[in-house]
Write a protein that binds this ligand. Structure first.
Ligand SMILES: *Cc1c(COP(=O)(O)O)cnc(C)c1O
Length: 499
């Protein structure tokens, strides 16, 4: 008996062509290509087929299949890359796009994106210009460098510097600085890729000036210093600062010009720091954990410093290289400069962001990353209170209990790893449903995905990375989550009705 009825059910399933002709699916033909609709229909039918085979379906509802196919098809209209609300308290969150741009930067992007621009056109002499010119002067003013260049990201910048100056030669680096940044960026791998010979010196916890000194030969092209962004060695440690590396390089360069080494020597020994985060302003509130600024590294004697545009700088993704004119000129001529060059939208955002730094007080307010890093906990607390009050007045008291709790935020993006930033989070304790289901709902079903975190069965929304405009969106999404619990509890089983 059972077998016959299963076969009957399978026979009752519509053909893909039939379901495509249903009025519901047909109505979407002006919005979506037919192949996509056919895929959605096929998937909807397949799910019912699976349910029949596992015995969990006792009736084929063609109308329901068509509606399910429509919901699946409409998912395709949602952009894949879209805005999310960051309630994690991690300010430079690499998975969530690192730094939000300042309004000024966004306007600059719009302006050049919508029409033609002076990207490579000089309006003064009506001739071809260079895209480097838009930011070079600003970077020099802000860091004290002689020259500057920006490429796709800092990984590209490191790759380019190593290739230009150390390919076929040796680059000396401390074992304490052979870091992995995440996303498979590892110093030893990038050395290999650039065909530089990596000469490791010192030990994991201690490297001395003498270690570098012994390693330098006539073939040494670079003394590389890598800012160990995402971790800190504490305890019995020692590393060699830029000033000491400068002295070593100077002595070696004098030797190269005066002794027998001159003939075989690779022109000049350079000091290069991969600074990672690239702070322009010393964030004093972070005390001894504050990152060195780019200007400080240059003053200490680096020939070249590179850093990201979207970490502590708070701009778009970019890799910025500043340093001596001689070295930057060589980099500009490297074919990689063309391969890794910035597009007009990034350049516009970067220039606008850099302009804000001309007035550091303004930068701290206008650049979201800097504002979030430096905002007082009183301001963050007040923002948490406004969100908590909105949730408290909207959500049913039988659904959740709302609190404000002190928490620790993070700079993120491998910046300021030792720095605990005081913050306040809105804590949602669940009386109905649970934190894990809510977390999943907010990420996948809310109109704007909301990313928070769970601690002790409660959902935390960190106010340091939120703005007040997020409040109505968060209230609405949480309300929708609790409504969806009611729908589930009720006999009607319209899954996905909120979508
Ligand atoms: C982040 C980082 C990089 C990589 O920079 P991207 O801009 O992400 O490519 C390289 N080196 C250090 C030290 C970093 O912190």
């Amino acid at each position: 008996m059972a077998r016959t009825s299963q076969a009957d059910l399978l026979r009752a399933l519509p053909q893909v062509e039939e379901a495509l002709c249903s009025p519901e699916v047909h109505a979407l033909e002006s919005l979506l290509p037919r192949t996509l609709l056919a895929d959605s229909v096929r998937n909807a039918i397949n799910e019912v087929r699976q349910n029949i085979l596992t015995g969990s379906c006792s009736e084929v509802d063609r109308q329901a299949i068509a509606e399910d196919a429509c919901l699946r098809a409409l998912e395709n209209l949602k952009p894949s890359l879209r805005r999310v609300i960051n309630a994690t308290g991690v300010i430079v969150h690499t998975n969530l796009g690192r730094s939000p741009l300042a309004d000024e930067a966004v306007r600059a992007v719009l302006d050049v994106a919508q029409g033609y621009s002076t990207l490579e056109y000089n309006t003064d002499n009506l001739a071809r210009g260079s895209r480097h010119d838009h930011i070079e002067h600003l970077l020099c003013t802000l860091t004290g460098a002689e020259a500057a260049l920006a490429v796709n990201n800092n990984a590209a910048a490191v790759m380019m510097v190593l290739t230009e100056f150390a390919a076929g030669h040796a680059a000396v680096v401390s074992r304490g600085e052979l870091v992995e940044i995440g996303g498979s960026f590892r110093i030893p791998d990038i050395m290999e890729l650039s065909r530089a010979t990596m000469v490791e010196v010192g030990t994991t916890n201690k490297t001395h000036v003498a270690d570098y000194e012994r390693a330098i030969t006539s073939n040494t092209a670079l003394l590389l210093k890598v800012h160990p962004s995402n971790y800190r060695l504490v305890g019995f440690t020692e590393s060699v600062g830029v000033a000491d590396l400068r002295q070593l390089a100077d002595s070696e360069n004098v030797r190269r010009h005066t002794t027998e080494r001159a003939e075989s020597a690779t022109t000049q020994l350079l000091v290069y720091e991969d600074q990672g985060s690239g702070a322009f302003i010393r964030l004093e509130s972070f005390g001894s954990y504050a990152e060195p600024t780019v200007a400080e590294s240059l003053r200490a004697g680096c020939d070249l410093v590179s850093f990201s545009g979207d970490k502590l700088l708070g701009g778009p993704q970019a890799g910025i290289i500043v340093g001596s004119k001689q070295a930057i000129d060589r980099l500009k001529k490297n074919p990689l400069a063309r391969a890794l060059r910035l597009d007009k939208m990034t350049l516009a955002a970067l220039e606008a962001t850099l302009r804000l730094y001309l007035n550091p007080d303004r930068a701290l307010q206008a650049i979201p990353t800097l504002r979030m890093l430096s905002e007082s906990s009183a301001i963050v607390h007040a923002r948490a209170e406004r969100l908590a009050a909105a949730l408290d007045s909207t959500l049913d008291k039988t659904c959740a209990h709302i609190n404000i709790v002190p928490e620790t935020a993070r700079a993120g993006g491998g910046s300021l790893p030792m720095c605990d930033i005081d913050t306040f989070a809105v804590q949602i304790s669940f009386k109905r449903g649970c934190a894990h289901d809510c977390e999943a709902y907010l990420a996948s079903r809310a109109v704007v995905p909301i990313v928070g975190r769970i601690k002790k069965e409660a959902l935390l929304l960190d106010a340091r990375t939120l703005v007040d405009e997020n409040t109505p969106e968060i209230v609405e999404a949480l309300q929708a989550f609790f409504d969806s619990l009611c729908d589930k509890a009720a006999p009607s089983h319209k899954e996905g009705a909120q979508a």
